[in-house]
Design a binder for this molecule. Sequence first.
Ligand code: NAD
Length: 236
Amino acid sequence: MDIKAIDIGKYKGIVFFTGAGMSAESGVPTYRGQGGIWHEYNWQEYACQEAWKTNPEKVFDFHDLRREEALKCFPHKGHEIITDVQDSHPNVTVVTQNIDGMHQRAGTENVIELHGSIWRVRCEREGWVKEDLAEGSFENRKCDCGAWLRPDIIWFSDMLNQEVLKQADETISNCELFISIGTSGVVWPAAGYPQLAKSSGALCIEVNPEPGEQSYIYDSVYRGNAGDVLPRMFNM
Ligand code: NAD
């Protein structure tokens, strides 16, 4: 595969837009692909507001397991390259659909998490959100006020956080280089971001071993794994 090295100095704003494939390379299971979580679990019982209201202990057990599994996996070379690019350029943002915190574990800052994070909880009664970075299981399942806490994740049928969406929209509309990695482009509204970047005049690049519904939008497409392709895209 012929990969042209990118001169990052040419672009004022750079966005890395990542999906489950980025973490799959580290060993974090996808939802629907081979070995996907929803083949083993029924999401209606584990990943929606109704499930949490019906049986919060069961939903917490499931998410404790997700945290434990994520900690058994480690960032790969592709995650490290994104951190290196960020260290060498003043305006780099990661917009991710992933909830596993793998970018942050690779040292990347400025990560917009569209679908929340398994490393945060919120109290819906008191309205606060906070990090819970305990190794493995959540530190607390209940708030001091007595209410159940809730993993700060976008579950099925949840509205996305409007502030987070606004931030993502603004960042993508203003970027000059948009690199999508490991997303099939079928989950909305994230699936609209490649087109938003393209219409805003950004150079758009896709890194994915498989073609997807959005692939036609990109100026360049690299069919390979993130950990192999990203190091070859940047001279660092
Ligand atoms: P997806 O599962 O629909 O698609 C994954 C994509 O990654 C596929 O196109 C696949 O070809 C590609 N891929 C696989 N291995 C790759 C590699 N090594 N390098 C580059 N690409 C690779 O993922 P999605 O588009 O992110 O949508 C799934 C939804 O599920 C998202 O909303 C996400 O929040 C959620 N999810 C998150 C996690 C996580 O946090 N790790 C895991 C599973 C699902």
